[in-house]
Ligand binder design. Structure first.
Ligand code: APR
Ligand code: PHB
Length: 394
């Protein structure tokens, strides 16, 4: 027997994209059901990015999910680029009048799940075999299995917020789907530790030995990354080996302030640029990592996901409340124009800051010249600053 339910929007994926979308729709009286194949504990245990653009901060506050972020998040008015130990600060506040918020995606996710559940949201965790069907009809259906029972969600629209490895993007026929991809020849080995950050602001380091990033989660919890080979294994890295390599890459002056400690999380993430066009197929709308991936060098993955669902929620609310299909019809081109500009910035930052195995001495000179130009030109620094704090939604 199949249990049938109805809703207006069926959201596949309870990561940041799905959760923010569900919250924004709820606040405007639009019903949704959230389906995720993972357990709540698994989702809340993910260690991900940590920088929120000013637009993302506004979206979370406007959605009513920003209280904890405003209480414990760290407002950062600048960040640093470093090249072989030489620093240049990008003065975000001075150059753009905006700042960013350092607040972990893990916390954003927990805040949203708690709020959604408190409001009685229909959230299904550990949903198996989630399958969107009839996406080009006016009555799409999402099938799933939970505790051995089969379910069907009849809906008006499906939001594919199920990340890079999800089912939604693959629902778009290959003949319709155009994808663009670049896999980088390295990864990021990340370490989380309950130690005070090495500096008050983030430091993105280009060093001969490889890229390193000094970030944080709070005044007593730090997040660091070192570039590693794309086929490296976290088992190859003891905590001490990580700390030693980080110290070499951030330069002696900064390393003098480095406080090391036991890792509470340590993992390797691949770096990829990826875009799927279109982001709509029939009544299926892709948002977040389901549609695009950026290398984390620009701190954009979470922010791009939130931007997509701000655009998608506006489109759905305008449809239901004003019977106006305009924003639904323009959703994909509107998102993709901004997605490609963010892909460009993330690619630019990655190209400038990492050691590429096949880079010649000439390319390294180009990286140094890029750094020197940014340090010497307010125009160049402002270009970086306006991308880092976040481009306008549309
Ligand atoms: N069925 C149901 N749920 C699924 C399926 C599926 N077939 N496949 C994936 N999911 C769920 C995952 O368990 C995850 O909780 O979809 C969710 C997707 O969440 P994210 O991968 O976090 O993607 P998104 O919400 O777009 O957020 C993007 O998260 O991973 C980071 O770096 C990324 O910062 C970026 C942000
Ligand atoms: C992080 O704190 O995890 C972080 C910060 C900035 C980035 C990437 C990751 O660009």
């Amino acid at each position: 027997m199949t249990l049938k339910t109805k809703t207006q929007v069926c959201i596949i994926g309870s990561g940041p994209a799905g959760l923010v979308l569900s919250q924004l729709l709820h606040n405007s009286g639009v019903e949704s059901i959230l389906l995720d194949r993972q357990s709540r504990q698994h989702i809340e245990g993910r260690i991900r990015a940590g920088v929120l653009e000013s637009g993302s901060v506004k979206a979370l506050v406007d959605a009513g999910a920003g209280d904890n972020m405003l209480r414990v998040g760290l407002t950062h008015k600048g960040f640093n680029l470093a090249f072989d130990g030489e620093h240049h600060r990008i003065d975000l506040q001075g150059l753009t009048g905006k700042s960013v918020m350092v607040y972990g995606q893990t916390e954003v996710t927990k805040d949203l799940i708690n709020l959604r559940l408190k409001q009685g949201a229909q959230m299904v965790f550990s949903a198996e075999d989630v399958r969107p069907t009839e996406v080009c009809s006016d009555k799409p259906v999402v099938h799933y299995v939970k505790d051995g029972k089969r379910y069907e969600v009849q809906c008006d629209y499906i939001a594919g917020c199920d990340g890079f490895h999800g089912v939604s993007r693959k629902t778009i026929p290959r003949a319709v789907r155009q994808t663009y991809e670049r896999d980088y020849p390295f990864g990021w080995l990340g370490l989380l530790s309950d130690t005070p950050p090495v500096a008050d602001e983030l430091i993105y380091n280009n060093h001969q030995r490889g890229f390193a990033l000094c970030s944080m989660r709070s005044p007593v919890r730090s997040r660091y990354y070192v570039q590693c080979s794309s086929d490296d294994d976290v088992a190859n890295w003891s905590d001490q080996q990580f700390w030693d390599e980080l110290a070499l890459r951030i330069g002696t002056e900064t390393a003098a302030n480095l406080i090391t400690g036991a890792s509470i999380e340590k993992s390797i993430a691949p770096l990829r640029s990826f875009v799927c066009e279109p982001m709509r197929y029939g009544q299926l709308f892709l948002a977040g990592d389901a549609a695009h991936i950026v290398p984390p060098t620009g701190a954009k993955g979470l922010n791009l996901a939130i931007a997509d669902v701000c655009i998608l929620s506006r489109a759905l609310i305008e449809h239901y409340k004003a019977n106006n299909p305009l924003y639904l019809d323009t959703y994909s081109p509107t998102c993709l124009k901004r997605v490609w500009m963010v892909e460009r910035f993330s690619w630019y930052m990655s190209k400038m800051l990492h050691q590429f195995p096949d880079n010649s001495p000439f390319e390294r000179k180009m990286q140094r010249a890029e750094f020197d130009y940014i340090a010497a030109s307010q125009t160049a620094s402002k270009s970086i600053a306006e991308n880092y704090v976040g481009l306008p939604l549309d």
